[in-house]
Design a protein around this ligand. Structure first.
Ligand SMILES: [Zn+2]
Length: 305
């Protein structure tokens, strides 16, 4: 008989087993060859998608296409999910429910939500001018927030909005501001505001440490890809802007004991590595075609049972 437990119970197993295999595969490839940041970003996003996709493929087992699900015992995900459904299904439901509550609470306490949107015309005009200096073609809505934390990011998938804090504008000179904006324009050009929906995959698989690791690597690769896309003339200024933002953030975090985890310009991650890469010569990447590792991940989705 098909019950709700049968739908929910193997979810945790898919996250750990399919997700674990996918992560191992890409992590080994990542160690073995120098991948371009955009390719790394795509592959780690795909790692996060694998357990969710294999979980949906599992639904075909429920509807009778898998002979093992109701058949004799075997160490397959679908049979384990059925045998331990009494425990796994309520466990998964409670786990996801509690996490949703914690996230909603964090959202309502978010410093960005609580900071004031200001209409400082001088601040807005400074950003608009710097933006026009680097690229006349780009049109972004600009929002200036009154907050001491130096941050800058683009949000909104269909009409990108550039959010900047007064804390950032105080720290950077005009050349550094242009470099930082060039980095944000690279995000817009790469449609990273749409790519960022990948965070939803991490949210539903939050209980897996490997999902967090894959997401951290995805974020690092996304930032390095935007840094890499910045024109050579802005690279030194961008490194200098990152250093200033890092220093100021560290001082503020030490002082206030809170972190702005949603800051995409700061973004946690490995800032030292980003600065080193900006100062280094242009790198040469491996010519491994992206479809090969993606095909291997697809095989995990289809063949894990
Ligand atoms: Zn960025």
């Amino acid at each position: 008989m098909v019950t709700w437990q049968l739908f929910v119970s193997p979810f945790v197993l898919h996250v750990f087993i399919a997700g674990g295999l996918a992560f191992a595969l890409i992590a080994v490839l990542d160690m073995a060859v120098p991948l371009a940041p955009r390719a790394r970003m795509t592959l780690y996003a795909a790692v996060l998608a694998v357990p969710i996709m294999s979980y949906f493929v599992y639904f075909t087992h429920i509807f009778g296409r898998c002979s093992r699900l109701f058949g004799p015992f075997a160490w397959r995900i679908c049979t384990m999910g059925r045998i331990y459904a009494g425990f796994l299904a309520p466990f998964t439901a409670v786990l996801l429910g509690l996490y949703l509550l914690v996230r909603l609470w964090q959202y309502y306490k978010s410093p960005l939500r609580l900071s004031r949107l200001v209409a400082y015309e001088t601040a807005r005009a400074r950003v608009a001018k710097a933006l026009a200096d680097i690229d006349e073609m780009v049109s972004l809505r600009i929002a200036v927030y009154a907050n001491c934390f130096p941050t800058l990011f683009v949000r909104d998938a269909d009409a990108p909005e550039l959010c900047v804090t007064t804390g950032l504008l105080e720290q950077l000179n005009d050349a550094e501001l242009r470099a930082a904006l060039a980095h944000e324009v690279a995000h817009v050009r790469g449609h990273d505001n749409v790519w960022n929906l990948v965070f939803l995959l991490r949210e539903v698989t939050f209980f897996s440490p490997l999902a967090h690791l894959a997401y951290a690597r995805y974020c690092q690769a996304r930032e390095e890809a935007a840094d890499y896309a910045v024109n050579d003339t802005y690279r030194l200024e961008l490194a200098s802007a990152l250093l200033k933002v890092l220093r100021r953030s560290q001082a503020l975090v030490a002082f206030t004991k809170w972190r702005w985890s949603e800051s995409f310009f700061v973004g946690g991650g490995d800032m030292k590595r980003r600065i080193e890469l900006l100062l280094a010569d242009r790198r040469v990447f491996s010519p491994v075609p992206l479809w090969a590792p993606l095909l291997a991940l697809g095989a995990i989705v289809v063949f894990i049972c």
